[in-house]
Design a protein around this ligand. Sequence first.
Ligand code: E4P
Length: 219
Amino acid sequence: MKFFLDTANLAEIQEAAALGILDGVTTNPSLMAKEGIRGTDAVMAHYRAICELVAGGDVSAEVNATDFAGMVREGEALAELHEQIVVKVPMTKDGVRAIKYFSDKEIRTNCTLIFTAGQALLAAKAGASYVSPFVGRLDDIGGDGLGLVGQIVEIFANYGFPTEVLAASIRHVPHLVECAEIGADVVTCPLSVLNDLFQHPLTDKGLATFLADAQKVGS
Ligand code: E4P
C-alpha cells in the first residue's frame, strides 16, 4: 500500500519524506489556501516545491475550473509543470469528460470527491489513474466510508480496472489500517495520523526497560 500525505505544508511533507516511507502527496484548494498561497505563480511554485520534496512521488494538484474547457486548460498547465503531477479533477459530468480527455493524452488524473461506488465506476471507465473515496466525510453524515472503499476495491478487481483506489479523508489510525485490510492501493492522511501509527505504550515501556538494562550491562 502506498502512503500519501494529505497536506500542502512543506515542513510536514519534509518531515514525512525524511522517514523514507512517503510515496506521494495529495493537496486540494482548501489545503493550499490554508498555507496562504495566493495567485497562479505562487501556486505553481508551491506545487513544484512539493514535487521536489517527494522525489519520484505522485503529487495531486486540483483544477479550480468546473467547466470542461477550463479543466483541460488548467490540467494541461499543471501536467506540464512537473512529471510527478497528477491532475485532480472533481466528480462531475465535465470532470469525467476531462478525465477521459486527459487519459487519451496520457495525463494522469485523480478523481476527487467520490462518495458512491457508481461515481468510482464512472471515473474508472473514463480512465482515471486514481479515485478518491472520502472515508471520513462519508462517516460524518452517517455513511460507511470504509464500506465504500471495500465496494470500489471489489468492483475494480471484478473488471481488472487499472485505476488505483486512493482512500482519502482519513481521520485516524483504525481508518488507515482497515483500508490496508480491505486492499486500498493508497491511503492519504494528515501527518498526525502518520505519526500516530508509530505509537504503542508497550513500545515505549519496552524501550525504557531495554535502555535501563543496557546501562546495567554498560555496552
Ligand atoms: C483528498 O485528496 C482530500 O484532500 C482529503 O483527503 C480531504 O480530507 P478532509 O475530509 O479531512 O478534508
